[in-house]
Design a protein around this ligand. Sequence first.
Ligand code: NOJ
Length: 522
Amino acid sequence: MTSNEIIRFPESLLLGVGSSAYQVEGAWDEEGKAPSIWDAFFHSGENEVLHEFIPLQNHDTISDDEEPIDLLTFFKGFHVFKSTTKLRSQVSEPSMYSMDDGGMIACDSYHKTEMDIQLLKDLGVQIYRFSLSWPRLLPDGDDQNPNQAGIEYYNNLLQKLLDNNIQPLITIYHWDLPQSLQKIGGWANSNIVRYFTNYCEFVFKTFGDKVKLWSTINEPRLIAEGYGGSSTAPALGENFSGIADYMVIHNLLLAHGYAYRLYNENFRETQQGQISLCLDTLWFFPADPNDEEHKKAADLAFQSFVGIFVQPLLTGEYPKIVVESIKATNKLENKNLTRIIQFTDQEKKILIGAYDFVAFNYYFSLYAKPNLTFKEEDNLKTKDLKVQLLGFKGDHKPEDTNAGFRNLVDWFDEVLNHPKIFVCENGFAEDEGVDKSLEKKRYHYDILREVDQALKRNINIIGYCVWSFMDSLEWASGYKSKFGIYGVDFNDPSRPRYKKENNFAFFQNLFKTKTLPPPEIE
Ligand code: NOJ
């Protein structure tokens, strides 16, 4: 049933907006920044695997052996880049990439600190969640030669936020690994744990006096997907699906755990911050709620997506049901390789309890039923999952989106024994040229109502950030998927921002008054 009450949040609930470095900063090769795996994915010419630009004119005629095209000529008027890259025609959905700069300019936030601070002030937020770019701060990957310009950029941003009473919530890693580290295997190489801890130590030392809320790594599951698929960087493709992705999950968890212990041992006392790992979450409903097999499928899906990160932080072990499922696939496939390995006793000690609060992103939920139809050629990950997921194309009912959020916070509250919870991302995308502002406001109103109800059930939600501050690079989908409260004109190289008149007041009112009337009567 649609609710129409006015929601009033307690003053203590932190409300704000989020972004991430690669999605907004641009300045991809300026002032000492090294390329990240996303620069390689899109445009630096270092990644020959899958994704390249399609020029606006006549891309059908480009062949694999086409001469490299000078991007400077291609994007006339854009001011930041100098490299060339080779274009190919074999991109699965060319339209997805055309018109996009692949983050070379993005929202140009690197050059617009003053302006963005003013926009945050106008909006009235208490929290700004943003991420640090590892290759901007440590172009070599480690802290031997930090990049002074990068340090100044973030110091200035942080100082201005604090001067304006806006609390930073920093994501230390939001997907933009230095490409140099990818060359030695990236997150699939267990040495990455030492690199990440070295990066975190540098970050805590350099910025820790200004920051009280941290998340180490954003959406580890999506990071792992880049090692077993092709839609996120480093886009290694499916060859190591069900192999490299588990290695990556293992290393990400340990990297987080060691960073947490480092903070505990060397920084907590003086800096007094709180730190967590930020998960992407979904709830899985049985497609048929009365079918026991569907219920089992929903459980397996949830444990494979969410439990695989939560259980190790609770007991130092992966969920049994996930491990068993992988073993069963191995048996069926006659495969001897152990694909998911246990943590050692020492590692368990690092992992158990390595969070001060639960941080998660939530957008929608899915429906699950057993996958009885997978084919010989399906990748190992699909075979491990053994579940068919429905609802991906947005055909889930709004009431289930809300119920999914409710189930999720209740689950965290129960399983992790009443933790603090920060909803780091929640958002609704509008497509280019389509005004869905009323649906967007209703979406946020409904989830925020769930937040309110959860608080009334004594669930300890401490914060909520709307994704996102402004329209930005939606990774492989380019700029057409628009989550922003502010809009950005991506056809203009100077990237002007504008208020989206149909939703600005709704969010401003939320942030400034901590009350929320139903959108239809706002
Ligand atoms: C999660 C990611 O953290 C963020 O980078 C992305 O833009 C949003 N989801 C929307 O897809």
